[in-house]
Write a protein that binds this ligand. Sequence first.
Ligand code: SF4
Ligand code: SF4
Ligand code: FES
Length: 761
Amino acid sequence: MLLHIDGGCIMSNIRNVEPKAINLTIDGKACSAVFGQTILEIARENDIYIPTMCYLTKTLPIASCRMCVVNVEGVDGMILSCQEKATDGAVINTNNDELFKERQNIMKLYNVNHPLECGVCDKSGECDLQNKTMEFGVSGQNFTTKEPHRAVQNWGVISYDPSLCIMCEKCVRVSTEITGDEALKVKFGGYSSTIINVKEDANYKTLGEAAAVCPVGALVDTSFKYTANAWELTQIPSACPHCGAGHDVNYEVRNGKVYRVTNQAEFSTLCSASRYGFDFDNKNVKKDVSSFNSALKAFENAGTIIFSNETSNEEALIFQKLKEERGYNLISSEARAYQKFMAAYGSVTGKSLASGTLEKLTKSRAIIVMGTRINDDAPIVKYHINMASKWQRARVAYMHPLADDEISNIVTQFIKYEAGSEEGVAALLADTLLKDVELPDSVRAVLNDLDIGNLSAESNVGEEELETLRKSLIKKVGYSLVVGSDLYAHPRAENIAKLLALLEKYAGFNVICVPPAGNAMGISLICDLDDDVEGSTIGYNVQGDFTLSALGNGDLDMPALNQQEGTLTALTKRVVPMNVVLEYGGYVLNDIANALGLDAEYTINYTKELPTSKGFEAVEFDALPDYFDAVGTEHRGYLLNEVETVVDESIEEPAEMDAFDGTVIYNCNPQEHFSAFTAKSKNLEQNAYLQGSQQFATAAKLRDGDTVCYTIDDVKFERVFKIDTSLKGTIALNPTFDMGLSSALISSYRFNQVEIERVGS
Ligand code: SF4
Ligand code: SF4
Ligand code: FES
C-alpha cells in the first residue's frame, strides 16, 4: 500500500523486504544469518560463547571493553564482534591463545586498584568482574595507580560507588536510549572518569533500570544495599501486575519477605512500579470461616459483582462463569470502556485486536501519540517511543490537552487540543492522513462532509499544525499511532475508535491502543461486562455492599496478585504466568466459586479454559513457558491469537461538542502509580496532591497548600492543592491511586468539570 501526499510518498508500514541471507563459519561451525547481524549476535544464536563486559543486548553496541575481540580470516588484528557486521563467507575464530591473553590483559586492567572487597559488596555472587577475573585466571593485582578519593553518591533509589565502576557505560545507555530520563552521563577524566547524575533533583525512579544492568557493584538499589547476599535469596519468576505490560520479574525472597525485584535486564526493562512496588501482599491472613459464610450469603443475594483491574484472567473467568450460572451483572468499568472501544475498532479492521506491536513502535520513524499522558499512563510504551526517537530519529507528535515536560526531549511537535474534542481531533487526523487513499465510498463521504473549520475551531487544532504533521510523515518508512485511556470513556469513544482504525486499515499505521493498567485487557476479552448495577453488590478490590479485598480492609480477605498463581494478559497481547511469591493463608475466590457450584481444585485449572474464541489457547498453566532464550526471544506464556470480527465501517460525523469550561481536572496518576496496590507499597510511598499551574490556581482562586474538596463519580476527594511550575494551562492533575477501595470506581472520561470547595489552607 502506498500513501501519496503532495507527490511525496509514504510507504506502507508493512515493508516486506526479504533480508539477505549470508553463510559464515564460526569456530568451525557453519552458521546461517542475515546481512546486518553482528558477529556476536550470530555467535549467540549458534550457542558459541564470546565473552563481553560492556555489551548490552537491548542497546546499541557500546564497544568500550574490547573483551569481545575475535579473529576474522584475512583481516589483520582483532575485530570487535559486538559491533562488526558479519559478511558472507567469513571465517571467524573466537578463541585462541592470543585472544585469551588479550582478554586476560583487559581483566588485569579492570582490576587496577579495584578494591576487590567482594565480601562486603552487594554484587558478590552475581558480578561480571568477579566471574571474568576468575575465568581469565587473574589471580593478583599486578598494577596499581594512585587512587583518588571517590565518595559514594546517593541518587534516591540507587547508590553509586565510583571506586567500583568499570566505566562500561551500560547505565548511561539505558538512561538515554531506553528509559529516556537522560540523567546519567560520563564525566570524562582519563583514569578519573566517572558517571554523574545531571538530573539529581528530579530523583528519577527509572534509574533502577540503570542499576539493573550494572555488571558490578557500582550501582545498587539503595533499599537493597547491605540487606542480603544474592545467593541467599530464592528467585521466583512471575509477571508484574501493575502497569499492564506484564513484564518478567523475579521476586527475590528470603523468609517470607521480598528483598528486591530483578528481571532479564539484558533484554527487557521494567517500569518503576514493577521494580520497586513489590510489597503489596495481603499479610497475615488466616481462614475466617464466619466471614466466608457471610460472603456466601452475600453472593446468594447479590445482583452485581464489581471488580478492579487487579483480577487475573482465571479470576475473571470465574466471574464470567458465575454470571452464566447465576445471572450476575459484571462491572469492571475501565475494562468495559476498553472492550467497547476495541469492539468498535475491530468493526473497521475486521480483527479483534489492534495490530500494533512495541517492536514495530521501536522501529518507527514517525509516531503520533494521542489521548494518553503516556509517560505516566504506560512508561513502558514511552520507553519504546524514546528508543524510536534515539535509534530511528523518529518524529514524535504528541497530541493532548496538556503538555508534558517529561517527554519534551523526544517530542518534535506538540499539538494541544481542547479537552473533550477528541472525536473532532480523530476526524481531523483521519481526514489529513487519508487524503489520497482509496476508501470505501461511505467512509469517504463522511470525511468529505466534515466541517473542517468548525472542528479546528472546537478542538483548537490549526490546519497548519495538521499540515506540518502530514508533511512530517512524507518519505518516512514505518509510522505508529499510540492512543490511550482518555479516549475509551469518552462519550463518543466508539466513533473515535472507528476513525482511528481507518489509519491502521488504510494507511498501514502500527496502532497501539494502550489498555488501562492492570489486567483490563484480559478482563475485557474474558467477561461479558455490563454497564449498570443491579441489586446489591459484591466488590472485589472495590467497595461493594459486601467487599472481598486484598487491600486488607474488606469484609473477607483475598490474596493479592503476588500471592496466587494465574495469568495476566499484557498490553503486548501476551498471556503471561504469575506464580505464588508470598504465603497466603486465607480463602481465595475459587473457594467461593466452588461453594457456589463451580468445580475446580485450583484457580489455575481455569487457565486452559480461557476463551479460545477470544484468542486464548487451551493450555494448562503448568505447560506455559517462562523464559528468554540466549538471544532475547521471549518465551513467556503465549501470544493471543488474532480473531476475525464482523466488519461494519459505518462511521458517523463528529457530534457537537459540549464546551468544557469552568474548573477542569484530569485524572492522572504519577509515573510509578497505577492502582490502590501501588499505593499500598511502602517502597513507592508518595503523597497525592491536586497539582495545577499558577494559571489554574489563579482561575480556581486557590493558593498553594489549600485543602480542597470535589467529587468525581460519587467519590469524594479531599486533597491538598500544590502549584506545579512545570505545568501550564488551566487543567489540574488529579491522582486516583490513593483512593483505596474507591480507586476503581472512578471510571468516567478523564477530564472532569468539577466544583472545587476550599476547606482549609
Ligand atoms: S564489584 Fe564485583 S569484583 Fe568488585 S568488589 Fe563488588 S563483587 Fe567484587
Ligand atoms: S556504574 Fe555500572 S553500568 Fe555504569 S559505567 Fe559504572 S560499571 Fe558500568
Ligand atoms: S562487548 Fe564488544 S567492546 Fe565490549
